[in-house]
Design a protein around this ligand. Structure first.
Ligand code: ARG
Ligand code: ZN
Length: 475
């Protein structure tokens, strides 16, 4: 298990929070979905009923934020280009900060915050189904004081800021249709002290200094999930290179001790080489740049932020492989619903073992057998249904370790060649899209030309250790 599964800031989703919201007068997603003129407050993911919103499809976010280290206040203006999937008399966005103005197509709109997480917009005129409109939201507040779904996601000191988390991060700094099934391109402009660098996703397009403040613009050319959007402000050592036509941008916090800074930089420099290695197995790299960021803040876990993963301290090589592996599994092909998290973590974790096999002579199948034996008598390890772990346990150890075991077992069962053909077919057909575990199983059965329902049940859902059989990939 990598450090990615270590201490997290997400704790169990408090049912009390959900219930309080359900009782607060907001209709449930299911009720509202029947009303074609009202956008529902949730997209219909039972893990977090208020995440995402009904009736809208965001195509592009233009985010401009300004952060003040002295007060901890963030102010912003975000313009969303979005399509209406139904006639919309009102619609919702997800944003935790107080809002001062909203306009739709340049016309002021009425708005309300029925609960902290929801911004309800009522445009002056109904937005007709299939219309594409620009929605501008102006807001300001102190993200560091806000808790949602038991997460306090704002990590900031008086000198560095890192907004990076999963499954939720966007509503602490920009209004979003906050669910991985609605991906969009982004422009992200960050204003902060001119002594600092602002780091985000994609390509650095401009940096403009105006007195003591600097505004840095980043551009994301390929669709990105909302939790992947990165906001980092700090004093960083930065290196920009281009290898094989792929730009790489790496940043290391100067707040780290010198020995760790140099170790971090040395490791981050390998991001392009590891990206290229992964591309040889998984198919063409899906994005416009690569790189990474090592924070000086106590982040507690790494995150696969699109094109620019973030790490708490110098990453070891396996962690680089994990987060860069997520660029295919999670970022290019994203979960359709949060219950599909195995498609992210099981595969990223498996790739670490594949790296160890090819670079350190430790066969992944040997690791699988050893781990299966080691956990054979540990009932708790096998109990969780990792194809539907529940909101409180999306990052459970079992999702990672059993998840990776399942992937290796599949590889052994269907054979190495068929397995890599399957992975390439998956990442190719669903590139920049989404997928669920059922879709993966269907494709696996087609590529391997055999039924695999028993295999998937045994490895993902049955509450016991899979029997040591050929069919379970253990012989
Ligand atoms: N997706 C991340 C990774 O494994 C883990 C995020 C964990 N997040 C958390 N809040 N604990 O790379
Ligand atoms: Zn991961």
């Amino acid at each position: 298990m990598s450090r990615t599964c270590g201490a997290g800031r997400v704790r169990a989703l408090s049912l009390a929070v959900v219930c309080a919201v359900a009782l607060s007068g907001l209709p449930s997603a299911a009720t509202v979905a029947l009303d074609t003129t009202t956008g529902a407050p949730g997209i219909g993911d039972p893990y977090w009923p208020l995440d995402g919103n009904g009736g809208i499809d965001v195509r592009h976010y233009d985010v401009a934020v300004d952060y003040d280290f002295a007060t901890g206040e963030l102010s912003g203006t975000t313009t969303l280009t979005m399509a209406a999937r139904t006639d919309l008399a009102t619609f919702h966005l997800d944003l935790l900060l107080p809002v001062t103005a909203v306009s739709v197509e340049g016309v002021p709109a009425a708005f309300a915050k029925p609960v902290e997480h929801e911004l309800r917009v009522t445009p002056a005129t109904v937005v007709a189904r299939d219309d594409v409109v620009e929605v501008e939201v102006t807001y300001a507040g102190r993200p560091g004081s806000i808790v949602y779904a038991d997460e306090l996601n704002w990590l900031a000191s008086d000198r560095e800021l890192l907004a990076a988390n999963e499954p939720h991060m966007a509503p602490w700094w920009y209004p979003a249709n906050d669910h991985p099934s609605d991906k969009a391109t982004f422009d992200i402009a960050v204003t902060g002290p001119a002594t600092h660098q602002a780091v985000s996703n994609g390509l650095l397009v401009n940096r403009r200094v105006d007195g003591a403040r600097a505004t840095t613009q980043w551009r994301v050319l390929r669709p990105m999930t909302t939790y992947n959007a990165l906001l980092a402000l700090g004093r960083y050592d930065v290196e920009q290179t281009t290898r094989g036509g792929l730009p790489s941008y790496v940043a290391v916090s100067r707040d780290l001790p010198a020995f760790e800074r140099s170790a971090a930089l040395r490791q981050l420099r390998r991001s392009d080489e590891i990206t290229a290695w992964l591309a040889r197995r998984l198919g063409p790299y899906p994005f416009e740049s690569t790189g990474g960021l090592v924070t000086g803040l106590p982040a507690g876990f790494a995150l696969e932020n699109q094109t620019r993963p973030t790490y708490p301290g110098a990453p070891d090589t396996e962690l680089l492989v994990h987060e860069l592996g997520h660029q295919w599994f999670g970022n290019s092909v994203s979960v359709r619903r949060w219950r599909d998290i195995w498609l992210n973590e099981g595969f990223a974790q498996f790739l670490q073992h594949y790296w160890l096999e090819t670079h350190r002579g430790q066969p992944a199948q040997q690791w699988l057998r050893k781990t299966h034996r080691a956990f054979a008598a540990t009932r708790g390890f096998w109990r969780l249904d990792i194809a539907d772990p529940g909101a409180a346990r999306v990052f459970d150890n079992a999702v990672y370790v059993r998840g990776a075991m399942a992937v290796q077992a599949l590889r052994h069962r269907i054979g190495d060649r068929t397995f890599w053909r399957l992975l390439r077919a998956w990442t190719d057909r669903r590139r920049h899209g989404t997928g669920g575990i059922g879709d993966f199983r269907t494709l696996a059965e087609r590529v391997a030309r055999q039924p695999l329902d028993g295999f998937f049940r045994a490895w993902l859902s049955a509450p016991r250790a899979p029997a040591v059989t050929r069919r379970n990939g253990l012989r």
